[in-house]
Design a protein. Structure first.
Length: 205
């Protein structure tokens, strides 16, 4: 007898999401658990606070969170469920139905992925999916310089890549060390790559 693996749809994913058991994404029709280390969480928390402060200071209609599920599509049309490490979404979109569970299917203003051992997922798969969804700005925060030298150079240096959507395609700029990260979503933001690295807590070990 041959057993067939039934792949989950995006709706299945939302219905079967294991609440209270960690963070899960939908990839290739299966639930995939995402287990970030403390330093990874520290970086995400630092950016959530920075974006939230800036949003309040400029009175922007943004919701900043680290647990927003978004629906993406691959080039083959496969539905995926992603949870960026940091998401910035318009309040008008977030509050359409505030009593409902579910996910965002509209483009975010900004998504951040903090790299870990599966760094190629951030640099390749999510980059393509987020561009297809129309996310206006996408940050890859490689605070450990974990990606290949093709991205980081030789020697490898911790880098923040900021992709901005221009006429439907991402254009990228890279920032290192004491560079102030330039964001179109938060044009007055003043944080450096070094500040992000310090926030990770890695240097305190």
């Amino acid at each position: 007898m041959v057993s067939t693996i039934v792949k989950l749809t995006f709706e299945d994913y939302l219905r079967q999401y294991p609440d209270g058991e960690g963070k899960f994404e939908l990839v290739n029709g299966e639930l995939v658990k995402v287990e970030p280390i403390k330093a990874h969480k520290n970086v995400a928390r630092f950016l959530v606070k920075a974006f939230d402060r800036e949003s309040e200071r400029l009175e922007l209609d943004y919701v900043v969170d680290k647990d927003i599920i978004i629906r993406t599509l691959t080039k083959e049309g496969e539905e995926r469920g992603r949870i960026p490490d940091v998401s910035v979404v318009k309040g008008s979109i977030w509050n359409v139905n505030p009593t409902a569970y579910g996910a965002i299917i509209e483009p975010l203003e900004l998504a951040v992925e903090v790299t870990s051992t599966n760094w190629d997922d951030d640099y390749i798969d999510k980059l393509d999916e987020y561009e297809r969804l129309g996310i206006k700005e996408y940050w890859i925060v490689d605070y450990l310089a974990i990606a290949s030298r093709n991205y980081l150079g030789n020697p490898k240096i911790p880098t923040v890549f900021v992709y901005q959507l221009i006429e439907g395609k991402y254009q990228v700029k890279s920032f290192r060390e004491q560079d102030i990260i330039i964001s179109a979503i938060f044009p007055e933001l003043k944080i450096t790559v070094e500040q992000i690295i310090d926030a990770s807590g890695i240097g305190k070990i």
